[in-house]
Ligand binder design. Sequence first.
Ligand SMILES: C[S@@+](CC[C@H](N)C(=O)[O-])C[C@H]1O[C@@H](n2cnc3c(N)ncnc32)[C@H](O)[C@@H]1O
Length: 419
Amino acid sequence: MPQGPHNRRESPLSTEDWQGVIERLGWGGQGLGRLADGRLVLLDSALALFPGEEVQAEIQIKSRHAEGWVRDYITRDPRRVAAGCPYAGECGGCSLWEAGEAAAELKLAMVRDLLHRQLRDVPDCQWLPAPPDTRRSRVQLHWDGQELGYYAQRSHTLVPVEVCPMAEEPVSAAIKHLRHALRHEQLPAQPDRWELVGGTPVGDVAAVELLDPHRAWRFDRDGWRSDTMPMEHRLGGFQLEQAPGSFFQACPQWAWQALSGLLQEWEVRGETLYDLYGGCGLFSVMLSTALRRLVLVESNSLSTAAAQINLANVVADRNDFAVHCADVAVWLEPGLGSRADVILTDPPRAGLAKPVVERLLTAQAGTLILVGCDGMAFCRDVKALAPAWRLEHLAAIDLFPNTPLVEFVGLCRRVKDNG
Ligand SMILES: C[S@@+](CC[C@H](N)C(=O)[O-])C[C@H]1O[C@@H](n2cnc3c(N)ncnc32)[C@H](O)[C@@H]1O
């Protein structure tokens, strides 16, 4: 069994062995059990945990709860399957190996539990599980100067990998070529994070050293050659460019299908779209037939350069558009928009910064779409915005298969004239 690290926020009062039943799954896939005195035990594991399973764990007792790492399974849920990855149980990238077809059910249970605890009086949450063969076309690996791999769960211990079964085949195959080139100093070999990324459909794979994302390489028969040409994504009849090293959805085809389907079903339309944290323009392009004017705000200059091209190529004959390279918290002014306008926010995992929430509370747009890849941050933002925005539709999408991560999308209507 892997040696699991523990949460270090509070020093442990004591360490001990614990045997008990997983009562439910908490947000992030932690198993929750109880000490004899009723205090909660939060358990991590590199593999899936099923409610109802009895496990043995090493736990650290804190003042109000305990936390630890599962060492062994006393009982195993009959739905457990053999893991389809040689690094399962060590690698922290995907923890739902062994959950097999039950993975979507476990994630839905986590979503329901989170919403029940964090948000009251919200609409039913639509659940969109990932199609079975969904694979990532973008992965980030750590290079420590000798080995290339992923970190173990909640740790900085490197787990070297040669393949990644959750990645599209060409991306997975590029891992060993990247390692070879780093070991032989054919690419900058100082310790760093590297990204391997393909387009849609995946053809060439680019490698980007994340400390210097303005340089990129493509792999061909002769090895890695310097090439900063954009990746191309054909999605929904549109063609989008992405600079290697800038953000793009990890599973683009599935993300497009799920997100565009929802926005259509929710009948999102209007005058101006404010696409905040807009990346290279995925949502602007997706909503270009439903809104007349597109205003995209994004802080990464590689992304805004691509957005400028994407919007010019794809929508210029139909829409007015503007692309701003700026921090949303600085760009956003009080009272943004008017009733026919739509604001869409898709921030990084930490969610909306406080000044952004404050400005959104005074915005005059009639519709606000919140997108978030961390459930806790998403719920916090929905609650903070509640004085001005009523959640009308809610969905959770499995955009990150085999991990406990879920993308939340909420459509809110303005409840009163703000400001
Ligand atoms: C989750 S991605 C979403 C991108 C885009 N909506 C998409 O789906 O492709 C978040 C984006 O926010 C950008 N970003 C991060 N912090 C920002 C900030 N303070 N202001 C503007 N953009 C920011 C990142 O560069 C990234 O492109």
